[in-house]
Design a protein around this ligand. Structure first.
Ligand SMILES: NC(=O)C1=CN([C@@H]2O[C@H](COP(=O)(O)OP(=O)(O)OC[C@H]3O[C@@H](n4cnc5c(N)ncnc54)[C@H](OP(=O)(O)O)[C@@H]3O)[C@@H](O)[C@H]2O)C=CC1
Length: 510
């Protein structure tokens, strides 16, 4: 019997691990990658006159906000001498090493853009694509895995006067380095991680930087390190899943106040840490204290003469540039929007939320469309790589019939609705919170079906008692150290390795 053929769209973190899982599960992958390299947005590319819309992009200085122990595929550890928080060059190198180790490159068609994917009456998918310098062509696949991510299409706000404003305006997607802003007066809009990184970086070279926060107050800002260790090393199932949210919030606030510092008067966060995607920038308040970075509320209008007005009635003059770090639109131009989100449910949500709403069973599968899955379409609190790996593993197991097939459509809708209600209860309504996910819960959710959920006996057998305590109860390192008298890794990294205990080939075949 011939192998099932799978079209994998995108060769970033999710695409690479999907190729690897297909090969491991005897499935033929064909990966389409629009750029000439792997690693997706982790590969720095210049924005040039000929390349105004780079397929992959990242600013030169960006450092990943999750520790190397969390930002890893389960079976391919990051070299121990690499730093805790990796520069994007390291992340791209890690993907190169992964691709080489598992011989993924021969399965990738580079410089190839997928123009359209449509379902055929026999439930296979027709993929139309074009390779640079060649004619358009099409091919039929048994399954499609969409791995293009959700940080590719900039979301721009609409302000009065934007068209007339004489200063330069760009989205953060096209920001590369601070040198162009030397001695300039710059406004950065937004207060997510891009806005924090860019405004702090610019505050070292620009003559004045303003960061403009539409909700009027700042979020709780996390440090990268606490007690000399990456903050995600303190995360565990116990902390995230079982500790009451008010205690989690109290602990997060205490850490933020102690390490990052206190916000200027009037800018104290009004939202709880848990109701917003985490923001990290250890030296943000330090830059504010120097006066080179000033916080402003939402913009009301931009004026032709370079001035900008704000909702509190204040006005700033002679602004040279505005950088909109306002997040991303979730789009798949090669697919009908109806596939990603059922039209019937849109009306139930507020306008901004609706723009980025996705309606997928198990965060991957559109209820009405068989044989297509979205990999890595979760805004994880933690690194996406392990989840993409788990999702890819789930899809290849599904194709081979090792995990149960989907329930009836109404049941899938029920699961998705429950999930959306949960998200809306926790996070405030915003376009950036439609696909939020918690690291352990998302991984465990799939691991249970795949048979690699870290059940106590499995763990005891494999790794010994100390790890059993840690994984099952998520006991923080410090307590474990006292209880068990030995130094050990953080819960997150262990959890990833434990999942690896169950490679597709080891899954119980039903
Ligand atoms: N070092 C790292 O690892 C980095 C990681 N990242 C990650 O990349 C992803 C994207 O981050 P980022 O680019 O910051 O985008 P986000 O979507 O996370 O943040 C967008 C920001 O813009 C604000 N905003 C959205 N729409 C408007 C509007 N119309 N007017 C004014 N403000 C608006 C949002 O406010 P509101 O909350 O009110 O919606 C929010 O503060 C995140 O997952 C982030 O964690 C980004 C940069 C660096």
């Amino acid at each position: 019997m011939s192998k099932p053929r799978v079209a994998i769209i995108g060769a970033g973190a999710s695409g690479l691990t999907s190729i690897k899982q297909c090969i491991a599960d005897n499935i033929e992958p064909v990966c389409f990658e629009a750029s000439s390299t792997t690693a997706g947005l982790w590969r720095f590319t210049e924005v040039t006159e000929d390349n105004k819309d780079p397929h992959s992009s990242i600013y030169k200085s960006v450092i990943i906000n999750t520790s190397k122990e969390m930002s890893t595929f389960s079976d391919f550890p990051i070299p121990p001498d690499w730093p805790y928080y990796m520069h994007n060059k390291f992340v791209a190198k890690y993907f190169d090493m992964y691709a080489e180790r598992f011989q993924l490159i021969p399965h990738i068609k580079f410089n190839t853009t997928v123009l359209n994917a449509s379902i055929l009456p026999d439930k296979r998918w027709k993929v139309r694509y074009v390779t640079k310098g060649e004619e358009e062509t099409e091919s039929v696949f048994d399954y499609v895995m969409v791995c293009t991510g959700h940080h590719r299409y900039p979301r721009m706000p609409k302000y009065k006067g934007m068209e007339q404003f004489k200063g330069n305006q760009i989205h953060s997607h096209f920001y590369r380095e601070p040198t162009n802003y030397k001695d300039k007066r710059v406004v950065v809009v937004g207060c997510g991680n891009s806005a924090m990184d860019i405004s702090v970086e610019l505050s070292e070279v620009a003559s004045q930087v303003y960061i403009c926060v539409r909700r009027g107050t700042l979020p709780w800002i996390l440090p990268r390190l606490a007690k000399g260790k990456p903050v995600d090393h303190f995360g565990s199932r116990f902390f995230v899943n079982w500790l009451p949210r008010f205690i989690q919030n109290y602990m997060t606030k205490t850490m933020s106040k102690t390490i990052v510092g206190l916000p200027p008067a009037g800018l104290e966060p009004k939202i709880e840490p848990s109701s917003c995607h985490p923001t990290m920038k250890t030296n943000f308040y330090e830059r504010i204290s120097t006066g080179t970075l000033i916080v402003k509320p939402n913009i009301t209008q931009l004026n032709e003469d370079g001035s900008i007005e704000f909702v509190d009635g204040t006005k700033i003059e002679d602004i040279d540039a505005v950088i909109y770090a306002t997040g991303y639109q979730i789009e798949f131009p090669f697919l009908d929007r109806e596939i990603v989100c059922d039209k019937e449910v849109l009306e139930e949500f507020e306008e901004e939320y609706r723009e980025n709403l996705v309606w997928l069973y198990k965060r991957m599968f559109p209820p009405k469309y068989p044989n297509i899955a979205f990999i890595g379409l979760v805004q994880l609190i933690g690194a996406i790589f392990p989840l993409s790996e788990m999702q890819a593993r789930y899809v290849t197991s599904l194709i081979n019939g090792y995990v149960p097939s989907h329930p009836p459509i109404p049941e899938m809708h029920k699961e998705i609705r429950k999930r959306q209600e949960f998200l809306q209860k926790i996070f405030y309504n915003a376009a950036r919170h439609t696909i939020e996910g918690f690291f352990f819960s998302e991984l465990d959710y799939l691991a249970k079906d795949l048979g690699c959920y870290p059940y106590p006996l499995q763990i005891i057998r494999r790794f010994g008692l100390s790890l059993y305590w840690k994984i099952l109860f998520g006991i923080p390192n410090s307590i474990q150290y006292r209880l068990l008298g030995r130094q050990s890794w953080d819960g997150a990294a262990d959890a990833i390795r434990v999942y690896n205990d169950c490679e597709p080939s080891k899954i119980k075949r039903s």
